[in-house]
Design a protein around this ligand. Structure first.
Ligand SMILES: [Fe+2]
Length: 303
């Protein structure tokens, strides 16, 4: 069953004190969900994992997704104080550098982006292209915290999908991106360079140790054979009860085998080799050449 092909916006309202208002914005080309996480009292806001639209055939970009996010921010009189990513995405190009300028707010990602950059420097055979210290304003370590208005956000390292993915826990909400999928879809792939199914299992156990009523917001939904409507929010309790890969009672070794068998059948995302060399620059194209255009570099026979 193929998913709906138009953007969808849903609000998940604050449940009370220390609980953010959250808007999920579904981006249909890549099945990504972008988030707005707002403090109800101060209207200070973080935007998370926003997409810069990129056509994998023509290599043309456009800003319709980030424009949509910015419209929701404006319509709700929100003030963006953080531009966050959970990891350098392989399936979509990050809007972070654009949004940094648009909102005059700092960008941030997990500090292990340094190690991811090292991996991909070798893959692209380019030694000086990626410099996370230069291209992100803040690199979060496991256990760091920061604020969005009156709300405190805790950063948890969630390696596995990539070696430097992070989860942002904000009150009763957590942005888990490519760790869990929806309960009927299971978990995210762990076969990209630096990925590891056992690490992913361990990271998911940490997420599932959050309180049962925590609202978990995933990064992608591609639907299932029986569900065409995109979905992205489920509680810890729902995942423990029925996540098809990691529900309570699942053995670690069985999960690892399931994940590795599934990953062996997956093709690479069609934007991956373009996206990573933009995303590891914080969502910036390579410096323009003499003709004023940017060019990307592709390794042949590497994957
Ligand atoms: Fe990802």
């Amino acid at each position: 069953m193929s998913l709906q092909k138009s953007p969808i916006v849903r609000k998940s309202p604050s449940t009370g004190p220390n609980s953010p208002d959250i808007w999920g914005i579904y981006e249909p080309d890549t099945g990504s969900i972008q988030y707005i996480c707002a403090c109800p009292a101060t209207r200070q806001t973080a935007v998370i994992d926003v997409v810069w639209n990129f056509d994998p055939k023509s290599f043309s970009t456009d800003t319709r997704s980030m424009d949509q996010v910015a419209t929701i921010v404006a319509d709700n009189q929100l003030s963006v104080v953080w531009v966050l990513d959970t990891h350098p995405h392989a399936d979509h190009v990050m809007a972070s550098a654009h949004l940094r300028d648009r909102f005059n707010a700092p960008t941030a990602i997990g500090e292990k982006v340094r190690d991811i950059a090292t991996l991909w420097r070798e893959i692209y055979n380019t030694q000086d292209a990626f410099d996370p210290e230069r291209d992100f304003d803040r690199l979060f370590a496991d256990g760091d915290s920061f604020t969005i208005g009156d709300l405190t956000v805790q950063v948890i390292l969630s390696s596995g999908h990539t070696l430097g993915s992070v989860t942002y826990v904000c009150g009763d909400a957590a942005f888990v991106h490519d760790t869990l999928m929806m309960p009927d879809a299971g978990t995210s792939r762990a076969d990209f360079p630096g990925g590891d199914a056992e690490d992913l299992w361990n990271s998911i156990q940490t997420i599932l140790a959050l309180p049962n009523d925590t609202r978990l917001f995933v990064g992608h939904d591609y639907g299932t054979a029986t569900r065409a409507e995109p979905a992205w929010e489920a509680t810890v309790a729902a995942h423990k009860a029925c996540n098809k890969h990691v529900k309570t009672g699942t053995q670690k070794a069985d999960y690892i085998k399931t994940r590795q068998d599934r990953d062996a059948d997956l093709s690479l995302p069609d934007r991956m080799l373009a996206a990573l060399q933009i995303n590891l620059r914080g969502g910036r194209l390579p410096t323009a050449e003499g003709d004023g255009r940017s060019y990307l570099k592709m390794p042949v026979d590497r994957f």
